[in-house]
Design a protein around this ligand. Structure first.
Ligand code: NAD
Length: 490
């Protein structure tokens, strides 16, 4: 911990001196208004550094830069773009330790999970870099009088708006395909955790990205974010965040007919049938809600467990939850760090009272941990029913709600019984049941006898209130590009 803290302080020194500034048209700039806000560490509420508080004027300058840079970036040979994107990946790998330490200090995520976040970010760049050369490939369809050619072109300058939970990885996941497609970008990262987005934009410029291709504007959702979604030169918005923010963005973007891609909230079920490998199911259920502080959209926040095994499964779960290590995010032993911010801490802890009022049992946790910082004990609610608030609302913390079911039919009703539909996890050794159940489960992504293991060519996204559109593989290009038809008379 001491070594990590020392290394972190070396990296933070320059931010403490200058603050986090915007990066527009290749230039580091304060907000046009000169305004700043402070980013705080969730560990001890100390000020990390001031951050430029961009607004509509900064967004406009950035959008103009992205518009001006678009034709040259679009027309740059794909092989050249590919090289730059690979160079970004190389530089991310070189600065992986700095990125991981800053991310943990800024977000409260534990280093044991975040140490790989930078490498995953680099992989995102490599994956889309390699796809850049074929992104515009079209097809030729012959009709009686025409030779029909279909091509694909980048949509134009796009806006990317990201949340605070795993900001580095999510930024790369959105921006890499946009650049590979040939779009230029204005990125508005979350106000709670702006550190690594700045490092990432610096890396991109160091890698040789032309000015204006990637612009970074910090600021709050209601002004900088809003201005980005309303800007007429921004052709599409890729957004990751809460469902209710997605709904606002859709309204804000209506006047300029924005194309939107939403990755939103979840209340994802992990369904454990009595014929499953229960030890593996237990490990996965714990990992998917208590890793990354439970601040992860794909977390399995509802445990649906079959009556016949519920007592034994929950008893083991309680034992394991009580032994989870809560502590300083830079301590390699830590499994759960502090929640991002007081606002979020207040939200998560309010559900402890709600659970009691609802009539559920707090079987583990249910309290804050430590006197300072936004630490909570990993929490398990048992004897819950699906109509309770704790079973319906996304808590977005290390909090699991366990609900029992009698049979497959009831499990399916419960699993589908929320507004969300991002992921589902099903544990059974009955293949026929697995096929039947996953076919009827309302979720964009389902894993059977597995935790969430991402494979970049597969589609990522949710149904119902969990999102619109898909990322991954070619799906990312479908969002960032337009199909174009040309018919040649023969
Ligand atoms: P949020 O919706 O509060 O904020 C996300 C971003 O939107 C921030 O940058 C914020 O400044 C901006 N924003 C807020 N209001 C805006 C507005 N009116 N116009 C434009 N931009 C605006 O979300 P959060 O609290 O930062 O993140 C947590 C949420 O993100 C959770 O619901 C979680 O499930 C979701 N999430 C989803 C995925 C996914 O892939 N589905 C991944 C990670 C997080």
């Amino acid at each position: 911990l001491a070594t990590n803290t020392e290394t972190l302080n070396c990296h933070l020194a320059r931010f403490r001196e200058t603050g986090i500034l915007n990066l527009i048209n290749g230039e580091t700039r304060p907000a046009a208004s000169g305004a700043t806000f402070e980013t705080l560490s969730p560990v001890d509420e100390s000020v990390i550094c001031p951050v430029a508080k961009g607004g509509a004027e900064d967004i406009d300058t950035a959008a103009q830069a992205a518009k001006a840079a678009f034709p040259a970036w679009r027309d740059m040979p794909a092989l050249e773009r590919k090289k730059i994107l690979h160079r970004i990946a190389d530089l991310i790998v070189e600065r992986a330790e700095e990125i991981a330490l800053c991310e943990c200090w800024d977000t409260g995520q534990a280093l044991r999970f975040m140490s790989k976040a930078a490498l995953r970010g680099a992989e995102n760049f490599r994956f889309f870099a390699d796809k850049a050369t074929a992104a515009r490939d079209g097809q030729q369809l012959q009709s009686p009088t025409l030779m029909n050619v279909t091509t694909r072109v980048p949509i134009g300058p796009v806006g990317v708006i990201t949340p605070w939970n795993t900001p580095f990885m999510l930024s790369t996941w959105k921006i890499a395909p946009a650049l590979a497609a040939g779009c230029t970008v204005v990125h508005k990262p979350a106000e709670f955790s702006p550190l690594t987005a700045r490092i990432l934009a610096e890396i991109a410029h160091e890698a040789g990205l032309p000015p204006g291709v990637w612009n970074l504007v910090n600021g709050f959702g209601e002004d900088a974010g809003r201005a980005l979604t309303e800007h007429p030169d921004i052709k599409a918005i890729a957004f990751v965040g809460e469902s209710k923010t997605g709904s606002m963005i859709m309204k804000q973007g209506a006047d300029t007919l924005k194309r939107v891609h939403f990755e939103l909230g979840g209340k994802n079920p992990v369904v454990v049938f009595d014929d499953a490998d229960l030890d593996r199911a237990l490990d996965a259920a714990i990992f998917m809600i208590y890793s990354l502080n439970g601040e992860r959209c794909t977390s399995s926040s509802r445990l649906l467990v079959q009556d016949s095994i519920a007592d034994a499964f929950e008893a083991k779960l309680i034992e394991r939850v009580n032994s989870i290590e809560v502590g300083h995010p830079l301590d390699p032993a830590t499994e759960v760090g502090p929640l991002i911010h007081k606002v979020h801490f207040d939200k998560v802890t309010s559900y402890f009272e709600t659970a009691k009022q609802d009539g559920a049992t707090i079987a583990a946790g249910g309290t804050r941990a430590g006197g300072k910082g936004w630490f909570v004990r990993p929490t398990l609610f048992t004897h819950a029913t699906n109509d309770m608030t704790i079973a319906q609302e996304e808590i977005f913390g290390p909090v699991l709600t366990a609900i029992r079911f009698k049979d497959e039919e009831e499990a399916l009703t419960l699993a589908n019984g929320t507004q969300y539909g991002l992921t589902g996890y099903v544990w059974t050794n009955d293949l026929t049941r697995a096929l039947r159940f996953t076919n009827a489960l309302e979720a964009g992504m389902i894993w059977v006898n597995s935790e969430n293991v991402r494979h970049l060519p597969t589609p990522f996204g949710g149904v119902k209130s969990s999102g619109i559109g898909r990322d991954g593989g070619d799906w990312s290009f479908e969002f960032y590009m337009e199909q174009k038809h040309i018919g040649f008379a023969t």
